[in-house]
Design a protein around this ligand. Structure first.
Ligand SMILES: [Fe+2]
Ligand SMILES: [Fe+2]
Length: 285
C-alpha cells in the first residue's frame, strides 16, 4: 500500500473580504500538518483589484507547501474590460508559476481544468464555461501521466449539470465529466458554491466523484469558514471538512450543488446557525 498522502483543498478566499482569523488558522494547520500539496480552487479576490491580488499573492507565497491555484470568476478584471479581454491573467503575475499548475506526487497528480472564460455567449459570465482548449489541455495532461497514476482534477466551478429545470451550472461540464470518467480520476475538486460537498455524478461512462471546498472569506453561505483535508491511502480518498467551529464533516456538507452558485448572503447579514444548515438546495436569489 502506498504511503498516506495529505492534501489541503482551499477555496474562495476572496481577498478584500477575507476572514483573517480563518486564514491564520489555515496557515498554522499547513505548518503543523505539512500537506504534500495545497490546491486552491479559485476566487482569490473579490473584484480582482490590484491590492486584493497583492494580499492574495503575499499570503499564498507565505504557505509552507507546494501550491496550485485555479482561476475563479472573481479573479478576472471586473472594471477594466480592455484588460479583461486582452490580458485577463495579468494580475496573477506575482504567482504566475502557481496558476493552473500540475503537481506530481508519488502515484498521484493534481491536474487543473480551467472553468472561467474572459467572455461567454450568455448574460451571466460568473458561471462556469469549459472551452475545448481548456478541456483538451486537462485531458492531455492526464493522458501523459505514468500508467496507473491517480488524478485529482482542480476546477473553480463544479462541473455538474443541474438537469432540465434551468441552465447548466457549467457549460460543457457534462462532457468534461464523461471524459474524466474514462480516466483514473479520483475526484474533481472545486469551489465557487462556498459550502463543502462530496457527491458522485453519474455519466454515460461511469461515475465521477465531485468534492467541493467551502470558503475562507466572510461571504458565507450556510456553513462557517472551512477547508478540506483530503487523505489518499492508495485505495481510498477520505475527505474531512475542517472548520473553526468544530462542526462535524457531515453537517458541513450540502447534499447537492445549487444551480446558481453565487452566495445569496450579503456582508453584514447574520449567518444561519449550524444546526439549521439546509439539507436541500437553498432558494435561488
Ligand atoms: Fe466565490
Ligand atoms: Fe466563483
Amino acid at each position: 500500500m502506498a504511503d498516506t498522502t495529505l492534501i489541503f483543498h482551499l477555496s474562495d478566499i476572496h481577498f478584500g473580504l477575507e476572514d483573517n482569523r480563518a486564514l491564520d488558522w489555515v496557515e498554522r494547520e499547513i505548518t503543523r500538518q505539512r500537506p504534500a500539496a495545497v490546491a486552491i480552487t479559485g476566487d482569490l479576490t473579490m473584484r480582482a483589484r490590484h491590492h486584493e491580488f497583492a494580499a492574495a499573492t503575499r499570503w499564498i507565497r507565505s504557505l509552507d507547501a507546494p501550491v496550485t491555484v485555479e482561476v475563479g470568476n472573481h479573479d478576472l478584471p471586473y472594471f477594466n474590460l480592455i484588460e479583461r479581454f486582452a490580458i485577463p491573467y495579468k494580475r496573477f503575475a506575482g504567482m504566475q508559476d502557481l496558476v493552473e499548475r500540475e503537481i506530481d506526487l508519488p502515484g498521484l497528480a493534481i491536474v487543473p481544468l480551467k472553468t472561467v472564460a474572459r467572455w461567454q455567449p450568455r448574460f451571466n459570465w460568473s458561471k462556469g464555461w469549459i472551452t475545448d482548449a481548456a478541456l483538451a489541455r486537462c485531458l492531455a495532461a492526464i493522458d501523459a501521466l505514468p500508467r496507473g497514476t491517480k488524478v485529482l482534477v482542480t476546477a473553480h466551478h463544479p462541473l455538474r449539470e443541474v438537469g432540465t429545470q434551468g441552465t447548466a451550472l457549467t457549460a460543457h461540464g457534462a462532457k468534461a465529466l464523461a471524459l474524466l470518467a474514462q480516466r483514473n480520476v479520483l475526484a474533481v475538486l472545486s469551489g465557487h458554491v462556498h459550502d463543502a460537498f462530496d457527491i458522485t455524478e453519474h455519466t454515460p461512462n461511469g461515475p465521477v466523484r465531485m468534492i467541493g471546498a467551502g470558503t475562507l472569506s466572510e461571504r458565507l453561505r450556510s456553513t462557517p469558514p472551512s477547508f478540506n483535508a483530503l487523505t489518499w491511502d492508495g485505495e481510498e480518498l477520505q475527505v474531512e471538512v475542517c472548520n473553526l467551529e468544530h462542526v462535524p464533516t457531515p453537517d458541513m456538507q450540502i447534499d447537492s450543488v445549487p444551480e446558481d452558485a453565487l452566495p445569496p448572503r450579503t456582508p453584514g447579514e447574520p449567518v444561519a446557525p449550524i444546526n439549521q444548515v439546509p439539507r436541500t438546495d437553498p432558494p435561488v436569489t
